[in-house]
Design a protein around this ligand. Structure first.
Ligand code: UTP
Length: 298
């Protein structure tokens, strides 16, 4: 069955990025020259997705405005003769068929996916976490769709993560079935390095069968009343196989200030308009002696 729909979960508080995210959605913070969420929308479209469902929340209106048409702005650009900008602004509003659903309480990623059931219907679908940006030759979701078409089961994206960071991931107990493809034997949410069944951490791309909705409904909320996607997947795994796919490409976790900076620099170095100037600046920086900041005067 073709993967036609994608869910992009963008309703979280973005607490790791406060205060920047107090009055601005994390997903609209710009990476080089466009908002973070545009990267995943473009990845979805390039992977053949036809309809995008964005889960938003209170204070996230900027996302809806961004993908909408802005006739006033278009008029201003037209009057100023800014043809190139005008084309770009129109292209953004025509990127995809987007609809929105509000998550009234931020009860976790699993809950955000759960509330899209009526919009997704009874077909397998893709999920994107917009703060995971994957820079790859073949779009990461397109690679995963290839795995889904081969095995006909849910697929989670994984990457090898370090012992120091494994505690932030859902981790797969893998049985290798092919190059980069594993059958998941079990899934463990946020294990310690000693408990982790492998170093394959789940990152923000999933293809899920619609049975996930029933599984998510059966999950008991954990800490903070949150419904974890890994718990939903563990329930699903008892009924049907789940595959883990080690995608080709570089992933940036742009949901924290340091990860965001790495993503900005990494993506800028691949952008012909800014790369030469940035490289020169980085060379200049490497010769500078950075001292820790001095004490501020009272
Ligand atoms: P994160 O774990 O990054 O949560 O969620 P967050 O709220 O965005 O950020 P922190 O942890 O408070 O700093 C991963 C993705 O799932 C969405 C987020 O918007 C993000 O894109 N999400 C998370 C929801 O849509 N709803 C939720 O209840 C939780």
């Amino acid at each position: 069955m073709k993967i036609r729909k994608a869910v992009i979960t963008a309703a979280g508080w973005g607490t790791r990025f406060l205060p920047a995210t107090k009055a601005q959605p994390k997903e609209t913070l710009p990476l080089v020259d466009k908002p973070m969420i545009q990267y995943v929308v473009e990845e979805a479209v390039a992977s053949g997705i036809e309809q995008i469902i964005i889960v938003t929340a209170h204070g996230k209106r900027a996302i809806e405005d961004y993908f909408d048409r802005s006739f006033e702005l278009e008029q201003v650009l037209e009057q100023k003769g800014e043809e190139k900008l005008l084309r770009e602004i129109r292209r953004i509003s025509e990127l995809a068929d987007v609809c929105y659903i509000r998550q009234k309480e931020q009860l976790g990623l699993g809950h955000a996916i759960m509330i899209t059931e009526a919009l997704v219907g009874k077909e397998p679908f893709a999920v994107f976490l917009p703060d995971d940006i994957i820079d790859s030759h073949v779009p990461a979701m397109k690679q995963m769709i290839g795995v889904f078409e081969r095995f006909g089961a849910s697929v989670v994206a994984v990457e090898k993560v370090s012992r120091e960071t494994i505690r932030s991931y859902g981790v797969v107990e893998p049985e290798r079935v092919d190059h980069r493809v594993y059958r998941a034997l079990s899934l463990v949410e946020k294990p310690s390095a000693a408990e982790a069944p492998s170093n394959l951490g789940i990152v923000g791309r999933y293809i899920l069968t619609p049975d996930i909705f029933k599984s998510l409904r059966s999950v008991k909320p954990g800490a903070g009343g949150e419904i974890q996607i890994t718990d939903g997947l563990t329930h699903l795994l008892k009924r049907q196989p789940i595959y883990a796919y080690e995608f080709e490409g570089v992933r940036y976790d742009a949901g924290t200030p340091l990860g965001f900076l790495k993503a900005s620099v990494g993506l800028a170095l691949r952008n012909p308009e800014v790369a030469p100037g940035l490289k020169e600046y980085l060379r200049e920086l490497s010769t500078r002696d950075f001292k820790p900041p001095g004490k501020l005067l009272p």
